[in-house]
Design a protein around this ligand. Structure first.
Ligand code: NAG
Ligand code: NAG
Ligand code: NAG
Ligand code: NAG
Length: 323
């Protein structure tokens, strides 16, 4: 055999190999696309049966105290919605005196259900006085309990969509959280105004099957082994359009008593990915610090929120770090 023939054979072989490879890749892409299409079809949600949706439907409950005009005095840039137990007036006071004090562009409202004791007159009288004094108390007639936090969050979404559609952002934030309002507003001023939700993202969350866990979730309620990405319930901020969207999506998602994972399931239906809020200044530091930081070093001045604050600590942090 001549050298030229050998060379021609090699070229031929090489060409066939390239063709084969190209074909394989094309087939793989087509198959993947087909599989993606069928997966999408399978997971396309259908509305919940009326009986299952009832507990999460805003129509089921009515307001005992409401603040329908809270957003009418100029459209706020950012609305803080704080879910809180009816009896926890000391947390509300601390927030009013610190980060929750109305600023030029922010307002703060407190959201609650009815205490286990029922609408006891002494409790309700005190709430009414508080509501008259501060015009920031919203109460609905569902039972205020840990398991019902999902209901509370969905009612918050519905309230925002109904009474505050002209705000720019809203934030659901727990009552034991320290919020750095100045820093947050600055962060938001350059954030998207649509389909945006940010916070401490949990992307590898799994349901706890352990019966003794506070977050126990039975296979019956939630058969899947994973949660889609969600933002920690301690505090998450979103563009105001998300309130109506999440509220709508809840028609398709069975209630689980884990509020933040539930919101994540709604986001999954909407195809919205939560955004991890990391600083581009401080080397990817999580700005929504959900661990309980030692506040002495006043790291807070460069964070959006930190959790684990009792009312007295909240006041202390405010005077020490920000005066
Ligand atoms: C199929 O879905 C996966 C994951 O969602 C994605 O990475 C991939 O690009 C998709 N493939 C096609 C062909 O759309
Ligand atoms: C929102 O703004 C529009 C236009 O400025 C106004 O007509 C509407 O009444 C506002 N809605 C609320 C709920 O404040
Ligand atoms: C409401 O305001 C009055 C007058 O400032 C005050 O005496 C009272 O303690 C306040 N009540 C509540 C529940 O905050
Ligand atoms: C949740 O709230 C509903 C409506 O008030 C009530 O019937 C139910 O008992 C509550 N569930 C829990 C576990 O607290």
């Amino acid at each position: 055999m001549r050298v030229g023939d050998l060379w021609a054979m090699w070229v031929c072989f090489f060409r066939s190999l390239v063709k084969l490879l190209t074909l394989t890749i094309l087939v793989a892409i087509v198959l993947s696309a087909l599989r993606n299409a069928t997966v999408k079809e399978v997971t396309k949600p259908s509305p919940l049966p009326a009986e299952e949706y009832r507990l999460l439907s805003p129509e089921t409950y009515s307001y005992i105290f409401n603040q329908p005009d809270a957003c009418k005095k100029g459209s706020p840039f950012l609305v803080f919605m704080v879910p809180v137990a009816p009896l926890d007036s000391s947390a509300r006071d601390a927030i009013r005196e610190t980060w929750g004090a109305a600023g030029q562009s922010t307002i703060t409202l407190f959201y609650m259900g009815v205490p286990k004791e029922g609408q006891v007159k002494s409790i309700q009288d005190k709430l009414e006085e508080e509501s008259n004094n501060y015009s920031d108390v919203i109460q609905m007639n569902f039972l205020d309990s840990y398991e019902n936090l999902t209901i509370k969050s969905m009612m918050i979404m519905n309230w925002l969509a109904t009474y505050c559609p002209n705000a720019t952002y809203a934030m659901k934030v727990d009552a034991d959280i320290f919020v750095n309002v100045f820093f947050l507003v600055r962060l938001l001023s350059s954030s998207p105004r649509n389909n945006y939700i940010a916070g401490s993202v949990i992307s590898d969350g799994k349901p706890r099957r352990d019966r003794n866990s506070k977050w126990h979730l039975s296979k019956h309620l939630y058969p899947e082994d994973n949660f889609p990405s969600y933002v920690s319930g301690a505090g998450y901020v979103f563009s105001i359009d998300m309130a109506a969207k999440v509220s709508w999506a809840s028609r398709f998602v069975r209630r689980i008593p884990i509020e933040d994972a539930y919101v994540g399931l709604c986001l999954h239906v909407l195809g919205v990915q939560p955004v991890p809020s990391r600083s581009w200044l401080v080397f990817g530091r999580n700005l929504f610090e959900i661990r309980n930081l030692d506040y002495d070093r006043c790291t807070f001045a460069r964070l959006v929120l930190v959790n684990g604050f009792q009312p007295s600590r909240l006041r202390q942090a405010e005077t020490t770090c920000f005066s």
